[in-house]
Design a binder for this molecule. Structure first.
Ligand code: GAR
Length: 187
Protein backbone atom coordinates (compact mmCIF):
# COMPACT_ATOMS: atom_id res chain seq x y z
CA UNK A 1 0.00 0.00 0.00
CA UNK A 2 1.33 3.45 -0.98
CA UNK A 3 2.11 5.83 1.86
CA UNK A 4 0.88 9.32 1.05
CA UNK A 5 1.45 12.54 3.00
CA UNK A 6 -1.33 15.11 3.08
CA UNK A 7 -0.45 18.81 3.07
CA UNK A 8 -3.04 21.40 4.11
CA UNK A 9 -2.94 25.03 5.26
CA UNK A 10 -6.36 25.58 6.75
CA UNK A 11 -9.57 23.91 7.81
CA UNK A 12 -8.82 20.54 6.28
CA UNK A 13 -12.37 19.49 5.49
CA UNK A 14 -11.08 17.75 2.35
CA UNK A 15 -8.39 16.10 4.44
CA UNK A 16 -10.96 14.66 6.85
CA UNK A 17 -13.13 13.46 3.96
CA UNK A 18 -10.11 11.73 2.41
CA UNK A 19 -9.09 10.09 5.70
CA UNK A 20 -12.63 8.78 6.25
CA UNK A 21 -12.78 7.35 2.73
CA UNK A 22 -9.48 5.49 3.06
CA UNK A 23 -10.19 4.38 6.62
CA UNK A 24 -12.67 1.90 5.26
CA UNK A 25 -11.08 1.17 1.86
CA UNK A 26 -7.47 0.57 2.98
CA UNK A 27 -6.12 1.11 -0.55
CA UNK A 28 -3.92 4.12 0.28
CA UNK A 29 -2.28 4.85 3.64
CA UNK A 30 -2.18 8.41 5.02
CA UNK A 31 0.40 8.25 7.83
CA UNK A 32 1.39 11.94 7.94
CA UNK A 33 -0.09 15.45 7.77
CA UNK A 34 2.00 18.57 7.18
CA UNK A 35 1.01 22.21 7.32
CA UNK A 36 2.64 25.61 7.04
CA UNK A 37 0.29 26.84 9.78
CA UNK A 38 0.58 25.48 13.31
CA UNK A 39 -2.91 26.84 14.12
CA UNK A 40 -4.62 25.23 11.13
CA UNK A 41 -7.69 23.22 12.08
CA UNK A 42 -6.37 20.33 9.98
CA UNK A 43 -4.12 19.42 12.96
CA UNK A 44 -7.19 18.74 15.11
CA UNK A 45 -8.79 16.68 12.38
CA UNK A 46 -5.58 14.66 12.02
CA UNK A 47 -5.34 14.13 15.77
CA UNK A 48 -8.94 12.90 15.83
CA UNK A 49 -8.03 10.32 13.18
CA UNK A 50 -4.83 9.36 15.02
CA UNK A 51 -2.55 10.71 12.28
CA UNK A 52 0.61 12.57 13.33
CA UNK A 53 0.77 16.13 12.04
CA UNK A 54 3.63 18.64 11.91
CA UNK A 55 4.10 22.30 10.97
CA UNK A 56 6.92 23.89 9.01
CA UNK A 57 7.54 27.55 8.27
CA UNK A 58 7.33 28.96 4.76
CA UNK A 59 11.14 29.10 4.68
CA UNK A 60 11.47 25.49 5.77
CA UNK A 61 9.10 24.43 2.99
CA UNK A 62 11.11 26.49 0.48
CA UNK A 63 14.43 25.10 1.64
CA UNK A 64 13.15 21.56 1.54
CA UNK A 65 15.54 19.66 3.81
CA UNK A 66 13.59 19.47 7.08
CA UNK A 67 10.41 18.56 5.24
CA UNK A 68 12.19 16.00 3.05
CA UNK A 69 13.81 14.42 6.09
CA UNK A 70 10.43 13.88 7.69
CA UNK A 71 8.89 12.53 4.47
CA UNK A 72 11.78 10.09 4.25
CA UNK A 73 11.45 9.10 7.91
CA UNK A 74 7.80 8.21 7.27
CA UNK A 75 8.73 6.38 4.03
CA UNK A 76 6.33 8.55 2.01
CA UNK A 77 5.71 7.58 -1.63
CA UNK A 78 3.52 10.48 -2.74
CA UNK A 79 1.90 13.76 -1.68
CA UNK A 80 -1.69 15.00 -1.78
CA UNK A 81 -2.36 18.73 -1.44
CA UNK A 82 -5.77 19.62 0.00
CA UNK A 83 -6.04 23.36 0.51
CA UNK A 84 -2.28 23.85 0.72
CA UNK A 85 -1.44 27.45 -0.12
CA UNK A 86 2.35 27.50 -0.59
CA UNK A 87 4.21 26.84 -3.79
CA UNK A 88 5.87 23.42 -3.80
CA UNK A 89 9.64 23.92 -3.73
CA UNK A 90 12.06 22.45 -6.25
CA UNK A 91 13.63 19.99 -3.76
CA UNK A 92 10.20 18.46 -3.13
CA UNK A 93 9.38 18.38 -6.84
CA UNK A 94 12.70 16.64 -7.52
CA UNK A 95 12.14 14.10 -4.75
CA UNK A 96 8.55 13.30 -5.86
CA UNK A 97 8.42 13.60 -9.65
CA UNK A 98 4.82 13.19 -10.86
CA UNK A 99 3.86 12.06 -7.38
CA UNK A 100 2.32 15.27 -6.04
CA UNK A 101 -1.30 16.07 -6.82
CA UNK A 102 -3.46 19.08 -5.99
CA UNK A 103 -7.10 20.04 -6.08
CA UNK A 104 -8.03 23.49 -7.34
CA UNK A 105 -11.53 24.91 -6.74
CA UNK A 106 -12.17 26.06 -10.33
CA UNK A 107 -11.93 24.89 -13.91
CA UNK A 108 -8.26 25.47 -14.75
CA UNK A 109 -6.70 27.08 -16.72
CA UNK A 110 -9.27 29.70 -15.70
CA UNK A 111 -8.99 31.21 -12.21
CA UNK A 112 -5.57 29.75 -11.40
CA UNK A 113 -2.18 31.20 -10.51
CA UNK A 114 -0.73 33.17 -7.64
CA UNK A 115 -3.33 34.64 -5.29
CA UNK A 116 -6.08 32.41 -6.70
CA UNK A 117 -6.95 30.19 -3.76
CA UNK A 118 -9.93 29.45 -1.58
CA UNK A 119 -12.48 32.22 -1.42
CA UNK A 120 -10.61 34.49 -3.86
CA UNK A 121 -11.38 31.98 -6.60
CA UNK A 122 -15.12 31.90 -5.93
CA UNK A 123 -15.31 35.70 -5.75
CA UNK A 124 -13.50 36.04 -9.09
CA UNK A 125 -15.80 33.46 -10.67
CA UNK A 126 -18.87 35.31 -9.33
CA UNK A 127 -17.58 38.73 -10.44
CA UNK A 128 -16.95 37.41 -13.95
CA UNK A 129 -20.58 36.28 -14.19
CA UNK A 130 -19.65 32.67 -14.98
CA UNK A 131 -22.55 30.24 -15.39
CA UNK A 132 -20.50 27.23 -14.33
CA UNK A 133 -17.48 26.38 -12.23
CA UNK A 134 -15.99 23.19 -10.84
CA UNK A 135 -12.87 21.41 -9.66
CA UNK A 136 -9.55 20.51 -11.23
CA UNK A 137 -7.32 17.75 -9.91
CA UNK A 138 -3.83 17.99 -11.38
CA UNK A 139 -0.19 17.08 -10.97
CA UNK A 140 2.05 19.73 -9.48
CA UNK A 141 4.87 21.30 -11.44
CA UNK A 142 7.05 24.36 -10.82
CA UNK A 143 4.29 26.83 -11.75
CA UNK A 144 1.10 27.46 -9.74
CA UNK A 145 -1.84 25.46 -11.12
CA UNK A 146 -0.15 24.52 -14.41
CA UNK A 147 0.66 20.82 -14.01
CA UNK A 148 -1.04 18.16 -16.15
CA UNK A 149 -4.74 17.86 -15.48
CA UNK A 150 -5.97 14.48 -14.25
CA UNK A 151 -9.67 15.19 -13.76
CA UNK A 152 -12.27 17.97 -13.88
CA UNK A 153 -15.92 18.11 -12.82
CA UNK A 154 -18.38 20.97 -13.31
CA UNK A 155 -21.37 22.45 -11.52
CA UNK A 156 -23.80 25.17 -12.60
CA UNK A 157 -23.88 28.62 -11.03
CA UNK A 158 -27.22 30.37 -10.61
CA UNK A 159 -27.29 34.17 -11.03
CA UNK A 160 -28.41 34.41 -7.39
CA UNK A 161 -25.55 32.27 -6.02
CA UNK A 162 -23.23 34.10 -3.61
CA UNK A 163 -19.50 33.25 -3.49
CA UNK A 164 -20.26 31.20 -0.34
CA UNK A 165 -22.91 29.22 -2.18
CA UNK A 166 -20.52 28.65 -5.08
CA UNK A 167 -17.89 27.47 -2.59
CA UNK A 168 -20.39 25.00 -1.10
CA UNK A 169 -21.15 23.51 -4.53
CA UNK A 170 -17.45 23.21 -5.29
CA UNK A 171 -16.76 21.57 -1.93
CA UNK A 172 -19.41 18.96 -2.69
CA UNK A 173 -17.61 18.08 -5.92
CA UNK A 174 -14.30 17.95 -4.04
CA UNK A 175 -15.65 15.57 -1.40
CA UNK A 176 -17.26 13.36 -4.03
CA UNK A 177 -14.33 13.04 -6.45
CA UNK A 178 -10.97 13.74 -4.77
CA UNK A 179 -10.75 10.44 -2.84
CA UNK A 180 -11.61 8.43 -5.96
CA UNK A 181 -8.97 10.18 -8.04
CA UNK A 182 -6.39 9.77 -5.26
CA UNK A 183 -7.21 6.06 -5.31
CA UNK A 184 -6.72 5.94 -9.10
CA UNK A 185 -3.36 7.70 -8.84
CA UNK A 186 -1.90 6.07 -5.73
CA UNK A 187 -4.05 2.99 -5.07
C1 GAR B 1 -10.56 23.73 -1.14
O1 GAR B 1 -11.69 24.24 -1.78
C2 GAR B 1 -9.42 23.59 -2.13
O2 GAR B 1 -9.83 23.28 -3.41
C3 GAR B 1 -8.81 24.97 -2.09
O3 GAR B 1 -8.85 25.33 -0.74
C4 GAR B 1 -10.01 24.74 -0.12
C5 GAR B 1 -9.57 24.09 1.17
O4 GAR B 1 -10.67 23.68 1.92
N1 GAR B 1 -7.47 24.95 -2.62
C6 GAR B 1 -6.93 25.98 -3.27
O5 GAR B 1 -7.49 27.05 -3.43
C7 GAR B 1 -5.51 25.72 -3.79
N2 GAR B 1 -5.12 26.74 -4.70
P1 GAR B 1 -10.48 22.64 3.12
O6 GAR B 1 -9.29 23.11 3.97
O7 GAR B 1 -11.76 22.71 3.90
O8 GAR B 1 -10.24 21.28 2.53
Amino acid sequence: MKRVALLASGSGSNAENIFSYFNSRKSVDFPLVLSNNEHAYVHERAQKMGIPSFSFSKNEFAEGTPVLDLLQKYAIDGIVLAGFMLKISQPLLDAFPNKIINIHPALLPKYGGKGMYGHHVHEAVKNAGETETGITIHYINENYDEGNIIFQAKCPILPTDTPDEIAAKVHELEYRYYPEIIEQVFG
